[in-house]
Design a protein around this ligand. Sequence first.
Ligand SMILES: *[C@@H]1O[C@H](CO)[C@@H](O)[C@H](O)[C@H]1NC(C)=O
Ligand SMILES: *[C@@H]1O[C@H](CO)[C@@H](O)[C@H](O)[C@H]1NC(C)=O
Ligand SMILES: *[C@@H]1O[C@H](CO)[C@@H](O)[C@H](O)[C@H]1NC(C)=O
Ligand SMILES: *[C@@H]1O[C@H](CO)[C@@H](O)[C@H](O)[C@H]1NC(C)=O
Ligand SMILES: *[C@@H]1O[C@H](CO)[C@@H](O)[C@H](O)[C@H]1NC(C)=O
Ligand SMILES: [Zn+2]
Length: 433
Amino acid sequence: MWLDLYLGMAVVLSVECKPLNKGTHNKLLVISFDGFRWDYDQDVDTPHMDKLVVDGVKAKYITPPAITMTSPSHFTTITGRWIEDHGVVHNMMFNSTTHQKVVHKATLKRSEWWDNGALPLWITAQNQGLKTGSFFFPGGAANYSGQSVNRAVVEETGQQDDNETEWQQNIDTVLSWFTEEDFDFVTLYYGEPDNVGHAKGPDHPDRKTIIKQIDRTIGYLREAIQRDGLTDNLNIIITSDHGMTTVKKRPLVDEIILSKYLNFFNLVYFELLDYGGFGMITPKKGKEQQVYDALMKAPNLTVYKKEDMPENFHLSKNDRIQPIIVIADLGFNLNSRFIVYVNKGDHGFHMDEMDMKTIFRAFGPDFKNSYLSEPFDSVHIYPLMCKLLQIDPAPNNGSLSITEGMLVQNGGRRNQMSLGVLASIFVYILFVM
Ligand SMILES: *[C@@H]1O[C@H](CO)[C@@H](O)[C@H](O)[C@H]1NC(C)=O
Ligand SMILES: *[C@@H]1O[C@H](CO)[C@@H](O)[C@H](O)[C@H]1NC(C)=O
Ligand SMILES: *[C@@H]1O[C@H](CO)[C@@H](O)[C@H](O)[C@H]1NC(C)=O
Ligand SMILES: *[C@@H]1O[C@H](CO)[C@@H](O)[C@H](O)[C@H]1NC(C)=O
Ligand SMILES: *[C@@H]1O[C@H](CO)[C@@H](O)[C@H](O)[C@H]1NC(C)=O
Ligand SMILES: [Zn+2]
């Protein structure tokens, strides 16, 4: 009889635990397409993204954190923390004492820029026994308190960003991490449509062309998931970091040339300007008020003292935020002197401008079908990912209550497991009683 009982339980367990499942959770792949404005799929034929609306979850749009830039925003997604908490306050690493500036791609290998105490999900998940990977994702290649992500592939400077064959190869690679090496959580990053948005502007036909390419890539992803037998085991989140807006130029508008209003040589010690709609200035000692007053005269610009920034920016607490913050009105770029500004599109503007809003899509065994979510802040993606992976979140600023309505039975696999336990008890009663 005991033998029967064991056989009975073995059958129950082998039915419940499909080979790909290590624990009680499904696997998770998070994909970011940089600079995918929330409405980019609305004027292009996107059959695969349209099908996802039926087969999964779509948010009308999501709102990035207050610095609508690649590194700050991605790091909010992967930590669930506001920018003042995670400390990645710009795409460029900088030191306002030494005046050192490091360009974005070089920061990806500089742990000291990312490792400020807020642990990204890769590390938190690893500490709870999961295997995690990052393919090109911002922050994925850094070390955190001496720990590194199980596997991180870094994008090399000068690497071409829009090769569709390579996009598919990258999908094949990360899916093989799941199937052949039993990874639990992987993040995958693409540099488009951001590049095209900057170079050509969001209204250019080339932007529509790249959206079609992204849509085909999503179609490829879905086929590859089926091909690799991951359909019932893998949840997918597709999101992005910010939107894009057309840069307003002469003769339509006067560009904001800050040197017309501010004597940089006499008043400014350090500045991080000429980078989209967001900038920071460190006045020389004792010149704070003078800098502030001078900038207040510039049109199409909002100037904040660090201590007076609106609460909902969640920016003032961090030492890396410089004493004066400037945010240009939508479409105006910040020009410190007179640099010929080549970008036709840009971001970095206020997160409540519709052009800065971005996308959220999801599908897989734990997501409902045809579920349209109200807009939410991207900081809430973090607790959702923790729920899907069934791990304890690190302290964060997100809230699961915002996003859990998307889930089937609040996270399917655990419920199925408890069904398994019930079945075992039933088997026990059957054979023992
Ligand atoms: C900037 O560099 C100086 C000199 O090397 C160093 O003492 C300081 O800690 C650095 N500041 C930051 C915020 O890294
Ligand atoms: C992370 O730590 C490893 C081992 O100490 C080291 O080899 C690697 O260069 C570090 N990576 C970064 C980005 O600092
Ligand atoms: C795209 O990448 C593939 C694979 O690396 C390569 O063979 C091909 O030449 C590339 N295409 C272009 C247009 O660069
Ligand atoms: C920019 O500022 C000028 C001067 O204050 C103002 O006339 C103009 O309407 C502003 N442009 C926009 C698009 O807000
Ligand atoms: C964000 O979360 C951190 C960690 O729990 C906390 O210390 C901080 O106060 C939170 N920020 C806000 C604005 O609630
Ligand atoms: Zn960009």
